[in-house]
Design a protein around this ligand. Structure first.
Ligand code: PLP
Ligand code: ZN
Length: 397
């Protein structure tokens, strides 16, 4: 059965050259920049309604017309998506903001929002006949790819730095992926995949080096719009590593406006990173359009340990267009914030998620957020996936 996807082509995010979506594409080799999926929204406008979508199952494939998979039988799903908005009930008062919600991605398959991107990328890979996938990963992307590849019956090759959190290694092994631990950084893992992919016949699923993970992540923006009854909150605080989610949501809002389902009102997009690895914050503060490689990256928030995002220009553009900003918080603050959210709200968030709460406190203090602004914090994964971080912090307390 057709998904009735309105996917029409891919374009380079820089030079806007078109690429054919009926063949597997990677990125624009001329510009060395990501490709973006374009949909025929004029057509979609006359055929698709918000009510149709709202009547469907509560997972991200309810938006299938706005996703890249053309045939339903190619969808590889673990029921991911449509995560709850959990309101803060105590800490919001403490910080002096009336309405703050946590978009709680900890409740998703594989325990992090990486599942969104990988359900889309693996499904599209199935559709295009790909049998072997590879990924460099320092964490949750590995586990998510391994899970969807297992379900799809694909061979999966994972390259990780040897100091990767134990759970990400184990979750990849348990699903039968072939895992190689390297003495180096995620960037070295990326080089290894790039070097060997031709010879090994691997398709490289690295962030934004294939065009469909971002489409899966975009559903966070579609969900927010639907959950706010087709309007949008005022501020979105997002923990940025590769930035796929931030870019994806920004893309989703534009698509919904083109469909006539949203006004031109946009939230301010706020990027938060750890001071232990904050190339986007630095670039933003210098008013730059791209970022430098961050040397010596080190943070407990493994998802933020991305020294140079392939989509940096797109991240910075979304921050600027939205009137948002970028800021950094320390690992010490992150640890305090994990404890605060757990104690006050019963939310056991990942370090990346805790960084958004730390950022909100700074922003309120700086007068960047008003008491009546509607604020979204992204908890991008489960605290349960970080036993080393938690036991290190609390073993002596
Ligand atoms: C990967 C990851 C991030 C960063 O996501 P991007 O969309 O790549 O910026 C944040 N939090 C967690 C838990 C992650 O695994
Ligand atoms: Zn290009």
């Amino acid at each position: 059965m057709s998904t009735n996807s309105f996917l029409s082509r891919l374009i380079c995010s820089h030079c806007e050259t078109s690429f054919d979506h009926r063949e597997m594409q990677t990125f624009c080799k001329t510009c060395n920049k990501p490709l973006l999926a374009i949909y025929d929204l004029e057509q979609a406008k006359s055929k698709l309604t918000r009510d149709t979508i709202s009547s469907r199952n509560p997972d991200l494939w309810r938006y299938r017309e706005l996703l890249p998979v053309l045939k339903e039988e190619n969808i590889v799903s673990l029921g991911e998506g449509f995560t709850p908005l959990v309101p803060l009930i105590k800490l919001n008062q403490k910080v002096g903001i009336n309405q703050v919600w946590v978009k709680d991605e900890s409740q998703i398959a594989t325990g992090s929002f990486k599942a969104r991107g990988l359900t889309a990328a693996v499904s599209k890979a199935v559709e295009l006949g790909i049998k072997r996938v590879a990924i460099p990963s320092a964490g949750n992307a590995a586990g998510a790819l391994a899970a969807y590849a297992a379900r799809a019956g694909m061979e999966c090759f994972i390259f990780m730095p040897k100091d990767v959190p134990q759970i990400n290694f184990l979750e990849s092994k348990i699903t039968g992926a072939q895992v190689t631990l390297l003495d180096g950084l995620i960037s070295d893992c990326g080089k290894m995949v790039a070097q060997k992919k031709e010879e090994m016949g691997w398709f490289d699923i690295s962030t934004l080096k294939e065009p469909y993970r971002i489409e899966g992540k975009k559903t966070m923006g579609l969900e927010l719009a639907e959950q706010f009854n087709w309007s949008l909150p005022d501020v979105i605080i997002y923990p940025t590593g590769g930035g796929t989610g931030l870019i994806g949501m920004w893309k989703a809002f534009a698509e919904l406006q083109e469909l006539g389902w949203l006004s031109d009102y946009r939230p301010r997009m706020i990027s938060v990173q750890s001071t232990g690895c904050d190339p986007i914050t630095r670039a933003y503060n210098q008013g730059r359009q791209d970022s430098d490689f961050f040397e010596g990256a080190e943070t407990i928030a493994a998802g933020l340990r991305v020294p140079k995002a392939f989509g940096d220009a797109l991240i910075l553009k979304a921050l600027q267009e939205s009137g948002g900003k970028a800021l950094s918080v320390s690992d010490e603050e992150i640890l305090i914030c994990i404890k605060e959210l757990a104690e006050a709200e019963g939310l056991f968030v990942c370090p990346e998620g805790a960084a958004t709460w730390a950022a909100l406190k700074h922003l309120k203090e700086q007068g960047e957020i008003a008491a009546n602004d509607k604020v979204i914090l992204f908890n991008t994964g489960a605290g349960l996936k970080y036993p080393e971080v938690i036991s290190e912090e609390f073993k002596t307390k």
